[in-house]
Write a protein that binds this ligand. Structure first.
Ligand SMILES: Nc1nc2c([nH]c(=O)n2[C@H]2C[C@H](O)[C@@H](COP(=O)(O)OP(=O)(O)OP(=O)(O)O)O2)c(=O)[nH]1
Length: 142
């Protein structure tokens, strides 16, 4: 089984009323993810620090510079495909002023969390978004 490490940059912001917003962009290329709203990201190059992969993809895809020191490792999520398993290394980044006018913010609220975006986002992203929401707002875990 082939393992393919990918780095994702998840820009997020918290709004009053336990609202989370996550920043996404439309995937333009052909293939199974065409037209979906996704986080900037892509394959980690050999020898590359995962967070640097996230920063590089943000530069390439969004056209903005972000400081790798701002990236916080959230976890690794798997996307099992028939011929390979994608390992999504997710890094959290705070909202950046340079994002203004680019992409779109998805509003995540209780009780549905990411469910309203079914079919609009890659399937592994549901777990990522829902986990982030719970980590930010579930007091029970503290
Ligand atoms: N960019 C991105 N990829 C995601 C997300 N969720 C998710 O499952 N994926 C999957 C889709 C792809 O199988 C893989 C990313 O690979 P990619 O094809 O974008 O990587 P890349 O930019 O380096 O590829 P390429 O242009 O060189 O072909 O991760 C997401 O939110 N953003």
């Amino acid at each position: 089984m082939k393992l393919l490490p990918v780095a994702l940059a998840l820009f997020y912001r918290q709004l009053p009323g336990n609202v989370l917003e996550v920043w996404t962009q439309v995937r333009e290329d052909d293939g199974p993810y065409h037209g979906l709203l996704e986080f900037p990201g892509g394959k980690i190059e050999p020898g590359e620090e995962p967070v640097m992969g996230a920063v590089r993809e943000v530069q390439e895809e969004v056209g903005i510079e972000v400081d790798p020191k701002l990236g916080r490792f959230m976890g690794i999520y798997t996307n099992p495909l028939p011929n390979k398993t994608i390992l999504l290394n997710v890094f959290l980044f705070p909202d950046q002023p340079s994002l203004i006018g680019r992409g779109q913010w998805l509003k995540v609220e209780n009780p549905d969390l990411s469910r309203p975006f079914t079919g609009q986002i890659p399937s592994p992203n549901h777990q990522i978004i829902d986990d982030l929401y719970h980590a930010l707002y579930d007091r029970a875990h503290e």
